[in-house]
Design a protein around this ligand. Structure first.
Ligand SMILES: [Zn+2]
Length: 81
């Protein structure tokens, strides 16, 4: 089980959080459809560090930016969004 240090609540168990997506797959309404399709369906899935969007669903309910290693699951940083 991961322990995630929420900037608002402190260290909490992973079960309180919801993983949303990697930050590079976030699509805005202003993006051209081709770019949106590429961001959603043609992403690389490399090993190593990744910036991810999480939500502290069973805590403060705030969105968080978590930099996590996909291979080891080690969390490098947690920032409020
Ligand atoms: Zn929190």
């Amino acid at each position: 089980m991961l322990l995630i240090s929420c900037p608002h609540c402190g260290e909490r168990a992973q079960v309180e959080f919801t993983y949303e997506r990697t930050l590079d797959s976030v699509v805005t309404l202003a993006m051209p459809p081709e770019d949106a399709m590429r961001a959603l369906y043609e992403r690389a899935n490399p090993r190593g560090l990744d910036d991810e969007l999480w939500r502290h669903s069973y805590g403060c309910r705030q969105w968080l930016l978590i930099r996590r290693n996909r291979t080891t699951h080690a969390i490098e940083s947690v920032k409020a969004r």
